[in-house]
Design a protein. Structure first.
Length: 552
């Protein structure tokens, strides 16, 4: 027995696509997942998520629209004119592959090698490891070997998985619900464990093998970050807590989770990818510390006692070569404000006041230091510290409940952020258009969206706020994640997060969100944030109602 065939997965995807009932989708997929062995279950979850490995492996397939198009052309024997005609008809590369291959193949294998789920997964895993000179041809050859053995429907779903565009009505939430159904556990239990160990595939296998209770924080593997809710004034914060609370400076930096075990050190971003390589001086300082720990921190850049702007700090995360000159130009420092694991013990469930005491046991020095915090009791003290923070060049303050545990991945009012009064939204780019004049040929006009449950809804376009260097970086990245090329603009995978400022919000039928930002401008690219962290349509409505910004 070769294992479950890939066509079975393709056919299940097709059935889910044709099913309108959410419960039926969950039942169909859940029953399919229930009958897979461990290795097949793990591979299937990763394929359906289009994540060949968790983000902290820093591995991606990185196969674009043009490569897949050339493979489809080569295998189908179609002309470019026919290909384009079919593509325009569907607007979907997977559907295009299916229709063209139904007409026949120009390339056929000498011996038919029927695709299995594991063969597809392992091939894509191998492709993610190719890099450097000759990697393009190696990737293409590996893909050709899959497509030449694929039926039309298999080719369709190969394309959809590789591009991350299944478009079958299977959101991440629905996959989790189907998996909970297959495992016979409540959805809330599954999601709780995925926040602690953010790898749905790994969590599923452990639960399947009766290890639910053993799933907890692990050294050298990231956990989801605890998140804060905003409030608008010191008075609102003081009234909400009505007790002594912990206040910290809010640093305008990059959130970083620091893991140290013996001589191994790994640092992870909010996106859960490893960023240790970009922070050599911070890693060196951590290596001199005693103990085994997981710390929550903020990476900032301070030079000549001045905090450098966030956009300068981000340059360190976009450079392939970190040399001595760059380290001197943009020196980094880690400001630690929480501990989740300490010397063999899970401590994230302890009250914050106890976790702060544990941090005092670590002899921080050089490029890593304990963040400032103090007890405040009323709105006057909160206001005073807020002004002090702004005068030091920081972003505002964080207010935290001293009795609260650390809750991975959850946003709640145990942590409150108070920032300068300046409305911004975190949005994700879904399309980009070419600019004009000096920006001709550069993708520099970005359409962006917010979350509406499991969908993305467009709320505006912006082209101002970025430097020429940032636009060039975005241009290259957007081309790599293109899923549809319309000539004058491209549709992209929703991966790149922007922080967008604006004057107000107005009702509009121009976008499917029903709203439009007035005078939007890009404040910064949030490379440190994932699309899961963007703002919601509920927040848009909240700002709209608060500002009463209704324009004709």
């Amino acid at each position: 027995m070769n294992g479950r065939y890939f066509i079975e997965l393709a056919e299940i995807c097709e059935k889910i696509k044709e099913t309108t009932s959410k419960l039926e989708k969950i039942s169909k997929l859940g029953n399919f997942l229930k009958n897979l062995n461990d290795e097949e279950l793990s591979a299937t979850i990763r394929l359906l998520n289009s994540d060949i490995l968790p983000p902290w492996y820093n591995k991606e397939i990185q196969v674009g629209y043009s490569t897949l198009s050339s493979i489809i052309l080569e295998i189908s024997g179609s002309s470019k004119e026919e290909f384009f005609k079919v593509y325009v008809k569907h607007g979907d590369l997977g559907e295009t592959a299916e229709e063209l291959l139904k007409k026949g193949k120009a390339l056929n294998p000498l011996v038919q090698d029927k695709l299995t789920i594991l063969k597809v997964y392992k091939t894509l895993l191998k492709i993610s490891e190719y890099s450097g000179e000759g990697s393009y041809q190696s990737k293409k050859n590996a893909l050709l070997n899959l497509f030449v053995n694929a039926s039309p429907i298999e080719a369709k779903y190969l394309v959809k998985i590789i591009t991350g565009e299944l478009r079958i009505g299977l959101s991440e939430g629905l996959l989790e619900e189907s998996l909970a159904y297959a495992l016979g556990i409540p959805l809330t239990n599954l999601r709780e464990k995925v926040l602690i160990l953010p790898d749905l595939s790994e969590v599923a296998i452990r639960i399947k093998n009766g290890k639910y209770e053993e799933i907890d924080l692990e050294l050298l593997r990231p956990t989801s970050f605890m998140l804060a809710e905003p409030m608008s004034s010191p008075e609102e914060i003081a009234n909400y807590f009505n007790k002594e609370i912990i206040a910290e400076y809010k640093y305008d930096g990059i959130r970083a989770q620091i893991h140290k075990k013996d001589n191994k050190i790994r640092i992870f971003s909010r996106r859960l990818d490893e960023i240790s390589f970009y922070l050599p001086e911070v890693v060196e300082s951590i290596s001199s510390l005693k103990g085994v720990f997981i710390l929550d921190s903020e990476i900032i850049s301070i030079k000549n006692d001045k905090v450098l702007p966030f956009n300068i700090l981000q340059r360190r995360l976009r450079r392939k070569n970190i040399d001595k000159k760059l380290i001197e130009e943009i020196p980094l420092r880690a400001i630690v404000y929480d501990v989740l694991f300490y010397n063999g013990k899970q401590v994230y469930k302890l009250p914050l006041r106890e976790r702060k005491e544990l941090l005092k046991n670590i002899d921080f020095k050089d490029r890593i230091e304990l963040g400032f915090f103090k007890i405040v009791r009323n709105s006057a003290e909160i206001s005073k510290l807020f002004e002090e923070s702004l005068n030091k060049g920081f972003e505002g303050i964080m207010i935290k409940d001293p009795d609260s545990p650390y809750t991975p991945g959850k946003r709640g009012k145990a942590w409150i952020k108070l920032k300068k009064e300046f409305d911004t939204l975190d949005v994700v780019i879904v399309a980009a258009e070419y600019g004009h004049g000096k920006r001709a040929g550069i993708l520099s006009d970005y359409t962006f969206a917010v979350k509406d449950n499991n969908e993305l809804k467009v709320i505006g376009k912006a082209y101002s706020g970025l430097t020429d260097e940032e636009m060039e970086i975005l241009d290259r990245k957007l081309r790599d994640i293109t899923i549809e090329d319309l000539g004058y603009k491209i549709i992209v995978k929703p991966e790149i997060v922007l922080e967008v400022a604006f004057d107000s919000i107005q009702i509009s039928d121009r976008h499917d969100s029903g709203f439009a930002l007035r005078f939007p401008r890009i404040k910064r690219i949030r490379w440190d944030k994932s699309p899961h962290e963007i703002d919601t349509i509920e927040k848009v409505r909240e700002i709209y109602e608060r500002k009463k910004a209704i324009f004709a």
